[in-house]
Design a protein around this ligand. Sequence first.
Ligand code: RFL
Ligand code: PHB
Length: 429
Amino acid sequence: MRTQVLIVGAGPSGLLLGQLLHRHGIDTVIVERQSGEHVLSRIRAGVLEQGTADLMDEAGVGARMHAEGLVHDGFALTVDGVRHRVDLRALASGKTVLVYGQTEVTRDLMAARAAEGLTTLYEAADVRIEGFDGTVGPGGPGGAGGTGGTDGTGGTGGTSGTSGTSGTSGTSGRLPRATCTVNGEAVEIQADFIAGCDGFHGVCRASVPAGAISVFEKVYPFGWLGLLSDTPPVSHELIYTRHARGFSLCSMRSATRSRYYLQVPAGERVEDWSDARFWDELRARLDPEAAAALVTGPSLEKSIAPLRSFVAEPMRFGRLFLAGDAAHIVPPTGAKGLNLAASDVRYLSQAFIEHYRERSDAGLDHYSARCLARVWKAERFSWWLTSLMHNFDQEPAFQARLQAAELDYVLGSDAARRVLAENYVGLPL
Ligand code: RFL
Ligand code: PHB
């Protein structure tokens, strides 16, 4: 098979990129390790920034999101049993967020891709990529070899002024390609570029030579145990609760479907959490009004996600571009993961469109640096909100006093609340 942009991974990043490129006449093939049903069964993000919703509109898939998504103009932080509202609209210049599940985002994108008859190879086993690192750019060695710790600006050399099937002028003379097995048959797909949208455990980042990539990581000593249920939410807004027993979050997917999370120690097993244990623990952490309003019911899904901050730099290696969780992870406290993936995809789609339509590689050359500037700000915010709201009982008492002082400051200062709100609704693209 031959395509212009080969996309590895049919999560939100890969599907959104495919849709945006299709709207500009750029051909893509997606290879995905799992089945479509499996991708839809993963319960993840719930909060979309305005910029992410705008991108869904640009991709032509925003109709159901606007019809069914819930506009939220505030959320609450509960500390010491007292709930404090953060008025997003008032504090962040009229901006709001949209509560619409990642599952629904993915479903809408999958349906649009199927309706357009675009190729997605699901259940693609043993995906391997190669041939992306052979180019030498005008600024010196690009590709995977010479870019360690920088944004890889030298890497597009062979592509400038070319489009379509050209771009083989790298040192190896080979096109970027992926091989995999689908329905027992070997498949090879050649492309001008590869977009690595295959998440944290994907093959793309792992295919970059170790010396070419710098990794920055922080692993937290706890995870989030999540539960989804067809019960009405305790409140019409999200409640993030700091409690001596551990953090909790009350979120939702609709007026009749709730999503709750509990901070649990790293290594905890989901099998040890019956529904009854989950509900009892959640009730114990909530403020009295929320605890009284809690409606329990059978879980539709329960899973544990470890918490991690992670960034790989650069995000471009020759003709391979990483986007979304393949390049960076944030702890979910700030609701930034999917939104960051969307902003990467926005920059990457613009860069490919410029390449094919305007014959300019400026966007490709600046892709990594442009993304990373935004990524690190979201990393900072997510780390900060995680540090503020979780229970770090292994840490020295000094740390706990600082946390209490910071919470007191944030809740009491209009300026600090503005900073929180500005970051929560999403920094400018
Ligand atoms: P994904 O969603 O992981 O998709 C990657 C896809 O690549 C496939 N894949 C491969 N395909 C082919 N070959 C291989 N070798 C492959 N290896 C992997 C995978 O099967 C998969 O289909 O990454 P993507 O598209 O970059 O999307 C990122 C988001 O999923 C992620 O950032 C968010 O879910 C994070 N997140 C949240 N983000 C928000 O913006 N707001 C939130 O409210 C929010 N809440 C959350 C979250 C993540 C959570 N978990 C479980 C980590 C809440 C939770 C609990
Ligand atoms: C969710 O609804 O899954 C959700 C909401 C807000 C977060 C994290 C997850 O910060």
